[in-house]
Design a protein around this ligand. Structure first.
Ligand code: HEC
Ligand code: HEC
Ligand code: HEC
Ligand code: HEC
Ligand code: HEC
Ligand code: HEC
Ligand code: HEC
Ligand code: HEC
Ligand code: HEC
Length: 314
């Protein structure tokens, strides 16, 4: 019969459609002359807002004259053109607020979600790091209302938080911004699961200090080696370029001292994994990370091979 899976789903959708439409026919037919235009009116700036004639006329029993033309003229967009179509004006009893005052109908300072919708497209901040935030996963999947975040935690304007210097992980830990819920209680802790919010950089990072030679590629580590962001970013590196740059340089003529410094430097950073157990050892393959650096033995006059053995026998 219907073998192709796509055809099968279409057929199901078709059936469901008929079932729903069939039920609709059982109801009173919507008559635009008696109840006003059938299509939902949508204002899409700055907050997306919708208005249905049906819920007001057919369901709530209002007359055209309850709104037209004292509160609204019969033309989509007219209220917006007044430049005064704001929550403030509504709180003062104008527009929707003449009924939505908590008396005739629910007030405009509650139930934001009933009138406002959000874009399906996630918000993306690019600075200082690339982070994504999905409105729909918060309002639809987690059932939050707009006032859970707006406007005490976040302004309803993209970029408002990033304009503050303290829109940081440290502030989250203090319970601000995302951290007011992402505290391990109301939602997963923001000190975990970095990758649910953050994107790894696509471009290779080139360390230019203290020596211009090391290339680090996130994709090898995140996609190929399947490491979590925390495996590096919680203890070893911060998520901004510069950890190694801030490392104190030791310039010494004493080969043993210089050698010890180099070993410690490597052990402290990349060497936390590149120790010949979790990943190739830093003492064994200098040129996989470094381009054009002399071997450690040439730098220090000692034998790295022997040292690599000493290390792995620990
Ligand atoms: C609860 C308030 C309310 C009631 C009751 C109401 N309307 Fe409206 N109507 C609106 C609003 C709000 C708009 C959009 C105005 C704007 O964007 O400035 C609108 C717009 C319209 C438009 C213009 C649509 C367009 O596409 O430009 C028509 C036509 C209209 N209404 C007809 C009616 C009729 C007919 C009735 C009664 C059967 C009615 N309305 C009852 C609030 C109402
Ligand atoms: C009864 C319907 C209704 C409710 C409830 C409502 N709004 Fe609005 N809101 C509107 C309409 C209509 C507009 C004007 C059209 C637009 O900007 O999309 C608007 C505009 C806005 C705006 C942009 C204009 C301005 O005033 O700054 C913001 C922000 C806003 N609403 C936030 C909220 C928040 C937050 C809540 C809940 C506390 C809320 N609204 C509840 C209908 C409502
Ligand atoms: C003339 C009075 C009046 C005006 C003006 C009015 N409403 Fe309403 N509205 C009602 C009543 C009455 C109800 C039903 C009772 C309730 O839900 O509290 C209602 C219900 C609603 C609902 C809930 C519908 C549902 O599915 O339950 C929404 C959403 C809504 N109004 C949005 C708006 C918006 C947006 C505006 C302005 C563009 C507006 N209303 C203007 C009287 C009004
Ligand atoms: C879990 C928190 C949260 C909830 C719930 C939430 N928002 Fe937001 N919203 C945000 C954040 C974060 C921003 C971005 C603020 C910034 O960049 O400073 C934002 C921004 C916005 C913007 C501006 C978008 C732009 O492109 O400029 C609008 C409009 C908005 N929200 C509407 C809503 C509405 C309507 C609801 C309820 C249906 C809602 N929000 C619920 C967190 C939330
Ligand atoms: C008002 C509370 C609240 C605030 C504020 C909040 N969240 Fe959430 N968030 C939740 C809840 C509840 C869940 C679902 C439960 C869970 O995953 O622990 C969730 C889930 C998520 C998820 C997993 C679902 C998905 O979208 O993939 C991400 C990612 C996320 N939040 C990011 C953020 C970011 C980024 C911010 C700040 C811009 C933020 N949240 C602010 C409550 C909040
Ligand atoms: C709930 C979402 C969320 C989670 C989980 C999360 N972050 Fe963030 N992070 C953000 C947001 C939002 C910003 C600020 C906006 C931006 O940088 O674009 C940010 C900024 C940062 C910054 C730059 C600002 C600062 O604080 O120095 C660093 C570094 C950072 N995060 C590291 C991490 C690390 C490491 C983890 C995992 C241990 C993590 N983040 C987990 C949302 C999150
Ligand atoms: C194997 C270790 C490792 C893993 C795993 C890792 N990173 Fe990184 N990341 C680094 C290093 C090293 C730097 C550069 C740090 C420095 O210069 O101090 C860096 C820098 C960054 C930066 C700043 C880049 C810039 O150009 O400013 C971001 C953002 C970042 N990482 C995000 C992530 C995210 C998100 C994940 C998880 C999906 C992740 N990283 C996983 C090692 C790692
Ligand atoms: C959290 C552990 C961890 C840290 C920290 C880490 N790496 Fe890696 N790295 C791995 C793993 C696991 C592999 C894949 C297995 C392998 O190649 O031995 C890998 C692979 C590599 C490769 C690819 C090797 C090849 O054969 O293609 C390079 C290059 C590399 N890492 C460089 C670095 C540099 C540079 C740093 C420090 C900035 C670093 N890594 C920090 C775990 C880590
Ligand atoms: C897993 C990657 C990795 C391997 C393997 C590695 N290094 Fe490094 N090395 C680094 C990083 C990261 C730095 C610090 C960033 C920089 O200086 O560019 C560094 C820094 C250095 C420096 C500069 C220190 C300074 O302060 O002047 C020297 C010299 C050096 N490495 C030599 C070696 C030698 C020799 C080997 C092989 C025995 C080696 N490295 C293997 C990652 C690696």
């Amino acid at each position: 019969m219907i073998k192709h899976p796509f055809l099968k789903t279409s057929f199901l959708i078709f059936l469901v459609y008929f079932f729903l439409a069939g039920n609709g026919f059982a109801d009173e037919k919507y008559d635009a002359d008696s109840y006003g235009p059938e299509t939902t009116i949508v204002w899409d700036q700055p907050a997306m807002t919708t208005f249905d004639h049906k819920t007001h006329t057919m369901d709530a029993g209002l007359e055209c004259a309850d709104c037209h033309d004292d509160l609204f003229v019969m033309e989509t967009g007219a209220a917006v053109e007044s430049n005064n179509f704001t929550m403030q004006a509504m709180a003062e009893g104008q527009f929707c607020g003449s009924c939505h005052d908590g008396d005739t109908a629910f007030a405009t300072n509650t139930n934001c979600k009933a009138c406002h919708a959000v874009s399906e497209e996630p918000l993306i901040w690019n600075e200082p790091t690339k982070v994504t935030f999905s409105h729909t996963s918060h309002t639809e999947d987690s059932g939050l209302d707009c006032e859970n975040c707006h406007s005490e935690i976040f302004a309803m304007k993209k970029g408002a938080a990033t304009a503050n210097k303290n829109f940081t992980m440290v502030a989250f830990k203090d319970g601000q911004y995302c951290g007011s819920c992402h505290n391990g209680g109301d939602a997963f802790d923001s000190a975990t699961q970095c990758e649910s919010c953050h994107f790894p950089p696509e471009e290779k990072i080139i360390f230019t200090k203290p020596v211009k030679s090391v290339i680090f590629d996130h994709s090898i580590h995140v996609e190929k080696a399947k490491l979590s962001c925390e495996s590096c970013h919680k203890q070893v590196f911060s998520m901004t370029v510069g950890t190694v740059e801030n490392q104190e340089l030791v310039i010494s003529d004493n080969p043993a001292e210089k050698r010890e410094y180099l070993i410690n430097l490597h052990k402290k950073y990349c060497g936390t994994c590149h120790d010949s157990s979790q990943a190739f050892g830093y003492l064994t393959r200098c040129t996989v990370c470094h381009i054009g650096v002399k071997g450690l033995e040439e730098q220090t006059g000692q034998d790295t091979q022997k040292d690599a053995h000493k290390k792995s026998s620990h």
